[in-house]
Ligand binder design. Structure first.
Ligand code: ADP
Ligand code: MG
Length: 377
């Protein structure tokens, strides 16, 4: 796991080293270590209260770590006040100055940094172009839509050309369509400017759309780190598997490191180091990686090599447009969901027995529900 948590192929711009934040005896951030390479769009994803904002605030300098280090370009930041950190920040609430025009809101950070008025005007105009608000420069925030106000906030955070932009649920207050538009804009902005963005959200689709890497937070720790595809296709633990996307879990008993018993049937499992006979394991199968076949179809279609098959009974079929899900239950009462494209979904009937199949290699194997393996970091 260390290799995943501390990717050192590139010299990191930012390193968080064994960062802790305690409030009384409550631990909000728990011994967190993370390297952020130059130019990365990284997202902190996790449910409410998992420590995302606290970590971001320590990076911004609004919160002081209880212990640990924050390095920017190898230099300790812990004693540097927020305005000297070369970091721009955007929050969910736009926090624009209501009495200032769009132009003056964007120029504000330059005014307090005492740039000449000619230089100020040049940079503000460039920012107005960047966020496509030239026509709105003289308006007050109250005369703008939510999405436009958030664009002003982004322009204001970028105007003094920080090395890093930190964003805490910046699109949380906007409706879905506008949020998706701004997500696309942000992704393009990141690509054009090449700056680092650390983004906080509890919305996994938003994290997938935006980020190069995602850090999954739980109880103040990072329990998964990687591209959206890696985390989805090879979740490092059962928590990440269940948090990201849909998942089916089968509790099985290992017979060897390649086979296990499930409700009296033998199933193949992907070999994992350290698995021994008698261990209780969780086999995780994504709904779209499983297929359900009627008994007739199963009879006519031989089980491919490297695949498993178990018996179950259909409980419900759900047509979702592009896809169709089929819920089944095993004799032992384990509920599973199988998902197929509508165009190729087999015809199944509730109440009938089916065979559920999946490729051994497509299913992850976990020794427990614990996220603890990642704790030592
Ligand atoms: P997230 O942004 O992931 O929703 P936060 O980082 O805001 O979570 O909070 C993590 C935990 O720390 C929460 O349980 C929260 O209640 C607690 N917390 C945050 N700030 C304070 C504070 N100033 N005093 C006490 N507890 C706090
Ligand atoms: Mg938060």
């Amino acid at each position: 796991m260390n290799a995943v948590l501390n990717d050192t192929r590139q010299q990191p711009l930012v390193s968080l080293r064994k960062l802790n934040k305690h409030y009384g005896d409550f631990t909000a951030v728990d011994n967190l270590s993370l390297d952020i390479p130059q130019g990365e769009f990284l997202t902190f994803l996790g449910s409410s209260g998992s420590g995302k904002s606290t970590t971001l605030s320590m990076l911004a300098g609004f919160e002081t770590p209880s212990s640990g280090e924050i390095l920017l370009g190898g230099q300790s930041l812990v004693r540097t006040p927020p305005h000297k950190r070369d970091i721009g920040m955007v929050f969910q609430r736009y926090s624009l100055f209501p009495h200032l025009s769009v132009r003056d809101n964007i120029g504000f950070p330059l005014a307090i940094r005492k740039l000449s008025s000619a230089e100020r005007e040049k940079r503000v105009n460039a920012m107005l172009r960047l966020v496509q608000l030239e026509a709105f420069a003289e308006r007050r925030p109250a005369q703008l839509s939510g999405g436009q106000q958030q664009r002003v906030a982004i322009a204001r955070a970028l105007v003094y050309e920080p090395r890093m932009l930190l964003m805490d649920e910046p699109l949380g207050a906007l409706d879905k369509k506008l949020r998706e538009e701004l997500q696309d804009e942000l992704r393009h902005l990141h690509r054009r400017l090449g700056l680092n963005i650390v983004y906080v959200t509890h919305d996994q689709e938003e994290a997938m759309r935006l980020s190069q890497r995602i850090a999954i937070f739980s109880h103040g720790r990072i329990v998964g780190l990687g591209t959206g595809r890696d985390l989805y296709e090879r979740p490092p633990n059962a928590f990440v598997a269940s948090f990201l996307g849909s998942s089916n879990f089968l509790a099985v008993t290992a017979r060897s490191n390649a086979a296990a018993q499930f409700e009296g049937q033998v199933v193949g499992i992907r070999p994992e180091p350290g698995v021994t006979c008698g261990d209780t394991l969780q086999v995780m199968i994504r709904p779209e990686k499983a297929v359900a076949l009627s008994l007739e179809d199963a009879r006519d279609t031989p089980l491919p090599a490297g695949w498993n098959e178990i018996s179950a009974t259909v409980t419900e079929l759900l047509f979702l447009g592009e896809s169709q899900t089929c819920s089944v239950i095993t004799a032992g009462g384990v509920a599973l969901t199988v998902k197929a494209l509508s165009s190729s979904a087999p015809v199944l009937v509730p109440g009938r027995e089916v065979r559920v199949r999946w490729a051994i290699g497509a299913a992850s194997v976990y020794r427990s529900w614990e996220e603890g393996d990642l704790k030592k970091g």
